[in-house]
Design a protein around this ligand. Sequence first.
Ligand SMILES: Cc1cc2nc3c(=O)[nH]c(=O)nc-3n(C[C@H](O)[C@H](O)[C@H](O)COP(=O)(O)OP(=O)(O)OC[C@H]3O[C@@H](n4cnc5c(N)ncnc54)[C@H](O)[C@@H]3O)c2cc1C
Length: 306
Amino acid sequence: MYVELRSPNIHEPENMAAYNNTILNYRDTTPFLWAGGTEIMSQKDFYPALRGNIEIISLGKIEELHHFLRNDRYAEFGAMVTINEIAQAGKLVLPRILLDTINSTACRTVRERITVGGSLCTKRFKTSLASTLMILDAAIELRYMKKRMHSKWYQISRIYDKNGKLDIPEGALLSKVRIAIQQYDYQYYKTVGSPLSDPDNSLSVALVARFEQGSISYARVIFTLPSKGFIYSRDLDNLFTSIHLPVSISRYAQVESYVIDYIRENFSEIPPLQESRLRGCFHDMIRDMNETVLCYTGTPGERIQQ
Ligand SMILES: Cc1cc2nc3c(=O)[nH]c(=O)nc-3n(C[C@H](O)[C@H](O)[C@H](O)COP(=O)(O)OP(=O)(O)OC[C@H]3O[C@@H](n4cnc5c(N)ncnc54)[C@H](O)[C@@H]3O)c2cc1C
């Protein structure tokens, strides 16, 4: 049987003004943004294209989206900066947990293609970079069309809905990411399985905390189930905050049951493999935290780092 193949129209603006013009010219269609292409190209049946007349805007040549700047308080990256470049540029200043997250994503060759904008805007699954940036309170700049072009800064958590689904205006461009330069007393990151090839069974956990006189004074924790969403809430952070260290068996059981109940209430049934991986990761994290705390001498200036 004859199947018609159509070629998409590809636009390659070289600066933001040309990008805005392309968006204005095609305001009745929803142009498709192309960053590193790693998620797009791994979609089943994406190529050859059977859909007709797609307008693809390749972001690769837009100079402004490759910029990065840094001062004492924060680092700001354009959306087309690759995660490998972020790890290289921020090796000495960015929170350790961010570098761990990047370095455990795919392999180096793929990390050289994955962009920070693409990582935050994948639609089929949630990436662990998005969750780590969420607990670090990173902010993003969005540009979107509403009669004219608008640009506005948001906390990263605001671009996802309650279930972790990307919730930005149709065709919006994430143009910059701003990450505060700060360190924590304790940072933990672990990922199991691949969100790309096995999103239903893989997961990751990330936690940052500050300690004060034998207890946790500040904690941010997030679990990521790539095909379902994020387990991230003030209640969960509060359960961790003011925990006396080392973590007792009763508090351990309390937090673990909170996480499992949260999944059952907010998402569909969790596969047994993913549930046992989740319990395993949680167990490893608490054990690691206890071990770290028991080795912590409390000497002024001593920081607990992973
Ligand atoms: C081999 C392999 C291994 C992987 N391993 C991991 C892993 O271990 N952990 C993990 O978390 N992920 C993993 N991934 C997934 C990877 O994180 C995503 O493919 C990646 O984040 C997408 O980034 P990209 O720049 O390639 O975006 P693209 O594929 O170009 O785009 C992704 C989506 O975002 C949209 N988009 C892109 N940029 C913007 C922007 N600036 N503004 C608005 N929308 C935008 C696009 O329209 C598209 O819908 C892996 C992928 C591969 C191919």
